[in-house]
Design a protein around this ligand. Sequence first.
Ligand SMILES: NC(=O)c1ccc[n+]([C@@H]2O[C@H](COP(=O)([O-])OP(=O)(O)OC[C@H]3O[C@@H](n4cnc5c(N)ncnc54)[C@H](OP(=O)(O)O)[C@@H]3O)[C@@H](O)[C@H]2O)c1
Length: 293
Amino acid sequence: MSEKRILITGCNGQLGRALRAEYGDTAAFICTDVAAGDGYQALDITDIGAVLSFVREEKPHVIINCAAHTNVDACEQQWDAAYRINALGPRNLSIAATETDAKLIHISTDYVFEGNGVRPYTEFDEPNPVSAYGKTKLAGEQFVRDFARKYFIFRTAWLYGDGKNFVRTMLRLAENHDTVSVVNDQQGSPTSAAELARVIRHYEPTENYGIFHATCEGDTNWAEFARLIFEKAGKQTEVIPVTSEQYAKMNPASANRPAYSILDNYMMRLTDGYRMADWKYAFDEYLRGEKQD
Ligand SMILES: NC(=O)c1ccc[n+]([C@@H]2O[C@H](COP(=O)([O-])OP(=O)(O)OC[C@H]3O[C@@H](n4cnc5c(N)ncnc54)[C@H](OP(=O)(O)O)[C@@H]3O)[C@@H](O)[C@H]2O)c1
């Protein structure tokens, strides 16, 4: 067993679970989430006092922040909670990481971009979020840049793993719906939590710090993705493609989302040539894992 100690916050979410599976027993994990659970302790990242005393006590070499307020629609009604978790949380962890000389790995999102582009966004493009979720996540990035010294920020997109996600929502709807309306004018790159965990494990031992786009290769839209999910799962459910405008009329509480939020993993190519898997390949791998569960 390695002596490296890695603190994971939000360990019970999709990425936290994928990281624990990816590393196995090759690292000593200190697992935490907002409330304690089976095999993990409570650590609320919004509480600066709690974060500082926990990190001073445990002295991890690496902190991986998987905690976030990820409900994009709910963030529109819950600005304070979203700023606390998505912005103050990473600020608190950055301050603690700098004090104890730990590396900080933080996760951000394609939703920091406005999404009116015509080519994939690189790390050198200016963010301009259109939702509360995107704004609070961008504020979190800024705090990490201000307060952490040795940091990686990985911007990912359309994440699915062991938890609440689009794939599981579609499969649940297919149980009792013959048709499902899904938007077809938002392009993105579905990314498996397992693929993102591999990226983190690749960069974590290095000093190759900075902001990285980290999405699976290739892209699709939500309606096409839903069709593929049903096809692979052998479901007959029909996908009715709708525009974002039509969807917003049906669901007035839904947040604005970027129409085109494809990320170019440019910094990975530029620095060490690391390539993420094609999204369809990663999706097949995920489905094989789901069948085993
Ligand atoms: N999901 C996506 O499609 C997506 C897309 C782009 C980027 N990302 C980013 O990727 C990262 C991982 O996302 P994910 O899908 O794995 O998230 P997730 O499944 O929603 O997990 C987040 C975890 O953080 C916990 N948490 C919430 N508030 C906390 C607090 N104050 N202190 C400590 N833990 C707290 C949550 O607990 P509760 O469940 O009890 O609240 C949950 O266990 C996040 O930074 C997210 O913004 C996600």
